[in-house]
Design a protein around this ligand. Sequence first.
Ligand code: GRG
Length: 327
Amino acid sequence: MKDIREWELSLADKIFIINNRLIEVVSSVEPHLDSMAKYTIEAGGKRVRPILTLLSYSVAGNGGYEDAIDLAVSNELVHTASLIHDDVMDKSDLRRGRETLFHKYGIYNAIVVGDYLFTKGFELASQYGQEVAKVLAWGASKLAEGQVREYFNMGNLEMSEDTYIRIISDKTANFFAACAKAAAMAGGASKEIQQDMHNFAYQMGLAFQITDDILDIVGDQSETGKPIFNDLKQSTITLPIIYALARDGERGGEFRKILTSNIPAEERNKRIKEALANTGALDYSFERAKYHSEKSIEYLGKTGKSPSLDTLMDLSLLVIDRVSSAF
Ligand code: GRG
């Protein structure tokens, strides 16, 4: 397996093309809109969804990826639109290592720029036909469902693991699945391979989001580009918290007491982190992420040999590898 830097380097040509096309398609004759849209795009991001799209397209066996660039860009635009709106809902000031659009230009501009990127994304996707655009629309509507389900479970200390999985399925995994399925479809893959690619990316998306939630606790802001302990600051309940709460009775309710205490945030976060490590909540969550990563590779294996198979397999392993160094 390549490490993340080697993996990114091996895809540098594709990422370069995606970035240039993103800038091109968000250009606007309205100078303020043009500069706000470009500000967001130039902040970067890992570009996981467009890369997933290009590689999934090549699973269909057509070799080249050039014809899938606009679909990849379309997926990144929809994703970026959702992040802009997420930052509005969370009132976040930092994203991708930069001041958020919301913080820099205010709520009204952030809403409109999000809408603009969203519509530009669908304009591009429409080139691939109604069926492909429909898959992407399904994925985007799931993003909204996941986001709202998460919102209405904020601070819900009784939230079950099943509800958590439903939330992350929609806000992350189903969109990954839509990117991969739409790409396989655009590439002319059989219905069976389209479904395998959907399942592969769905499982990888679950692994990705669980890892993201672990990184919110043990990660490093200089690497993730967003503040640590942001989920708890927003009262978002994630898998490590659910696990620790479920076992809290055996420990005299200690964890719940720390979670709901009024002690200063820095001290509270330190204690929460220690408790999550001591109760095995972080290990449990990592094992769950690993399970979904392995499952994703099983589905990928069913698609048969293709030029992008090893690179996609590495992606699924790297998704969880981001967190192993943080333990
Ligand atoms: C506009 C379609 C649309 C939806 C609005 C706000 C909202 C509804 C949905 C947001 C859902 C959300 C916040 C999902 C999080 C998904 C996620 C894992 C984000 C981080 O992805 P990375 O790590 O980010 O790939 P980068 O910055 O690298 O692109």
